[in-house]
Design a protein around this ligand. Structure first.
Ligand code: CA
Length: 359
């Protein structure tokens, strides 16, 4: 083999100690890079069985650096959600991550809790030990504001519950909007709902908050029912998860088993992987196909309150009153505000999930 690297004597020579230091610096840099290159996320959650799976995925993925967990009421009350979040970070031995309480109820309506789907304790009735970690004393939306200002253009928000906390943060300090790197929401649907004909649960639980978050003007990705209902956690994946063991592996397996059995009772072959999808997209955006649309949240509507209404054509007809009728005189463009996930590589997403959780 021809050696292309010919060493010739030249003016620049490394003495042994200098070269040694140079090598050490290179090695340190190599080890430091993954940590600094990891995407900083704030995980806003209403735990919740699929929230638990999403958190376990986040905590087991080196691409992500979970800077805080903020709790919002939704699947369970704010109080129970906080307890669940603390127990899970304790199980993961991650008391270094601040866990903060946030809003106590939606902005303008009564909370709707979902023990029906998530079990009496919100975690599929899977018991985990009391937390060794302490709650952060800051108000969740304030913590979000502080962290965004501390790391401008570096924080990705990953809300997987009702959007109350995020709306609070925007309303309290709109200057965070251009400083947030990206928002990846689990919620919404452009093809019918799961709580009723039109609305998805996270949006339905606080439509006014959702409308604030969608109209804020930041880069926003919506992973809704189009993703979660296609990515079904079936027996095949549960069996794979059951082959290995560890505290987080066993917990995730038990929660996923509860979700799968609950879904089977309702005639599905697998559990919809809603919340983990937002985390997976933060890890690898190529898992989904997106389409830029203008999305509004219906806050009135007899049948459609909480629907995410996506404008697929990028325009609205311009009607002008002529006498007793309106006449269409053109089309006014509307600017996209959301990258709506319209498809997902479901098997690759589920394999990613299983591989990260396996002990
Ligand atoms: Ca959730």
């Amino acid at each position: 083999m021809k050696n292309n690297f010919v060493v010739t004597p030249g003016p620049v020579r490394f003495s042994h100690p200098t070269f040694f230091l140079f090598l050490i610096s290179l090695l340190l840099l190599a080890f430091a890079l993954p940590a600094s290159a990891a995407k900083k996320i704030i995980f806003d959650t209403d735990p919740g069985t699929d929230d638990a799976l999403a958190l376990m995925l986040a905590l087991n993925s080196p691409e992500l650096d979970v800077r805080a967990i903020t709790v919002v009421p939704g699947n369970v009350t704010a109080e129970m959600g906080l307890e669940n979040a603390l127990r899970m970070v304790s199980l993961a031995n991650r008391c270094d991550i601040p866990v903060a309480a946030g809003a106590q109820h939606p902005l303008f309506q009564k909370l709707i809790t979902a023990e029906f789907w998530h079990g009496k304790n919100g975690l599929g009735d899977v018991e985990i030990p009391p937390s060794k970690c302490k709650v952060d004393s800051r108000f969740g939306p304030d913590l979000i504001i502080q962290l965004v200002h501390a790391s401008p253009h570096e924080i990705t928000l990953v809300p997987v519950g009702p959007l109350t906390n995020i709306a609070f943060a925007v309303e309290k300090d709109p200057s965070i909007v251009p400083l947030v790197k990206e928002v990846i929401i689990m919620g919404g649907s452009i093809s019918g709902g799961n709580v009723n004909a039109s609305a998805e649960a996270n949006i339905y639980n606080d439509p006014e908050a959702a409308q604030i978050v969608f109209q804020a003007g930041w880069p926003l990705t919506m992973s809704g029912l189009e993703v979660g209902d296609k990515a079904l956690f079936t027996r095949k994946y549960l069996d794979q998860l059951g082959q290995t063991h560890g505290p987080m592996n066993d917990f995730t397996h038990a929660v996923a088993k509860y979700m799968l059995e609950r879904s089977e009772q309702f005639g599905s072959s697998g559990a919809s992987m809603y919340d983990p999808s937002a985390v997976a997209i933060a890890i690898d955006p190529t898992l989904v196909k997106t389409q830029a649309m203008h999305v509004d949240v219906e806050t009135r509507g007899d049948f459609t309150r909480g629907e995410t209404v996506g404008n697929r054509h990028g325009g609205v007809e311009h009607n002008v009153l002529h006498g007793d009728r309106y006449v269409i005189e053109g089309v006014n463009p509307v600017k996209p505000n959301t990258n709506v996930c319209v498809d997902v590589d479901a098997d690759r997403f589920l394999q990613l999930f299983v591989s990260r959780i396996r002990g």
